[in-house]
Design a protein around this ligand. Structure first.
Ligand code: NAD
Ligand code: UDP
Ligand code: UDP
Length: 338
């Protein structure tokens, strides 16, 4: 079941890439699609700090101007309201492609993963930019291999309720490799595992944001199914570091980027209790269809080839997210209340 040749070897180097491989791209012109979202806005912060010129392209479907507002007025920062499903003309060196309705409540409504990715690959081809796709651990579906290695092909239901996301990202990976092999576009593929942190959408239905918001609001924490399914939770700053190393490095990927620390949903609820409110109640709800039972990244490849591994464990990262959620839910005046 392993692919015959390792995809992490560079097949083509691309002719037009303006950044010589291995060189730090200080002062590059960089597009971040989905840059007003949760992960994108943290990435933009790092790129701006490094001295790059950053153009955020976002249609504010799930993202928010407030996530990037602190850069308004900076001549190195531009924000374009645009749906990547429509073609886009820009001159840039690198494209971080994050635009995607990423949460279960949103992702059913949009062909972004296929059409949007195609457009951004077309843009990369035309201007010779390097293109990074943010794919997902969902390409492994309900995995029969544990932990998941990049060589695993996945176990995805093509017609289930989650398929538009899983299959959309699988198609996006296919398109990315086709542009790489067929048109010589320099590409990078990250498979991101569950990530949490400040600026996460409060009400998008993901488990960490749900449990934290519920515990803060003194509502019962909703655990779906028996709560014994597992996930591995990565703090957003670790992910951003991994994405930048991948973009600057010389390997195509795909690379798993995630924190191998594995928790059941009941264990996660316990950590939320310890962090916010020991008396927070748990309420069981029926689970969604096709919910993966287990998920944990094997990150040996990223460790070896990118020199990357996550630094922030759940118990350290969660309080930083809770601080941000508290401010957004109760307003600034309550920020020092415990
Ligand atoms: P997010 O919803 O906060 O960010 C996505 C951004 O894309 C939003 O700002 C949204 O407005 C924008 N967007 C959506 N459709 C668009 C369109 N058609 N045109 C332009 N902009 C559009 O989600 P996130 O958690 O920051 O995810 C970022 C990327 O990482 C996504 O591609 C997602 O699939 C991937 N990913 C995230 C996780 C995670 O746990 N956060 C896990 C795996 C993969
Ligand atoms: N595209 C874009 N910006 C560009 C170049 C292309 O949005 O700067 C879009 C283009 O509209 C097309 C897609 O990217 O829908 C794929 O482009 P490509 O040139 O690879 O394919 P073609 O247009 O030849 O079918
Ligand atoms: N989940 C839960 N309570 C919630 C939301 C989700 O128990 O309020 C469960 C969900 O059924 C799944 C896990 O948490 O088993 C992770 O769900 P999420 O949507 O955050 O991420 P994904 O399923 O995409 O990994």
């Amino acid at each position: 079941e392993d692919p015959p040749e390792p995809y992490h070897k560079i097949v083509y180097q691309g002719s037009g890439g303006k950044i010589p491989l291995g060189l730090k791209s200080r002062g590059s012109r960089i597009v971040v699609t989905g840059g007003a979202g949760f992960v994108g806005s943290h990435l933009v912060d790092r790129l701006i700090k490094r001295g790059d010129s950053v153009i955020v392209v976002d249609n504010f479907f799930t993202g928010n101007k407030e996530n990037v507002m602190h850069h308004f007025g900076n001549p190195n920062f531009e924000l374009i309201r645009h749906d990547v499903v429509e073609p886009l003309l820009l001159e840039v060196d690198q494209i971080y492609h994050l635009a995607c309705p990423a949460s279960p409540v949103h992702y059913k409504y949009n062909p972004t993963n296929v059409v949007g990715t195609l457009n951004m690959l077309g843009l990369a081809k035309r201007v010779g930019a390097r293109f990074l796709l943010t794919s997902t651990s969902e390409v492994y579906g309900d995995p029969l291999q544990h932990p998941q290695k990049e060589t695993y092909w996945g176990n995805v239901n093509p017609i289930g309720v989650r398929s538009c996301y899983d299959e959309g990202k699988r198609t996006a990976e296919t398109l990315t490799m086709d542009y790489h092999r067929g048109a010589g576009v320099e590409v990078r593929i990250a498979r991101i595992f569950n990530t949490y942190g400040p600026r996460m959408c409060i009400d998008d239905g993901r488990v960490v944001s749900n449990l934290v918001a519920q515990a803060l609001r003194k509502e019962p924490m909703t655990v779906y199914g028996d709560g014994k399914q597992t996930r591995s939770f990565q703090f957003v700053s670790d992910l951003v570091e991994g994405l930048m190393r991948l973009m600057e490095g010389e390997h195509v990927g795909p690379f798993n980027l995630g924190n191998p620390g594995e928790f059941t949903m009941l264990e996660l609820a316990e950590v939320v209790q310890q962090t916010i409110d020991p008396n927070a109640k748990i309420e069981f709800r029926p689970n969604t269809e096709d919910d993966p039972h287990k998920r944990k990244p094997d990150i040996s490849r990223a460790k070896e080839l990118l020199g990357w591994e996550p630094k922030v464990p759940l118990r350290k990262g969660l309080p930083m997210m809770v601080k941000d959620f508290r401010q957004r839910i109760f307003g600034d005046h309550n920020k020092d209340a415990s």
